[in-house]
Write a protein that binds this ligand. Structure first.
Ligand code: ZN
Length: 49
């Protein structure tokens, strides 16, 4: 598993089909062929980017 944005392998699994990149501080969700990218806000909520 590598980050689709930066290519780093510093990616941790945080849920089902959910991964977090420790390099760009964003979360990914894989839904079929689609990859959604979220930034994690200070309050812990996710904002799609
Ligand atoms: Zn990354």
């Amino acid at each position: 598993m590598k980050c689709p944005l930066c290519g780093s392998s510093s990616v941790g699994k945080v849920g089902v089909e959910q991964y977090y990149c420790w390099n760009c501080f964003v979360e990914y969700q894989f839904q079929g062929d689609e990859t959604r990218v979220y930034s994690v806000e200070e309050d812990g909520s996710l904002m799609e980017i």
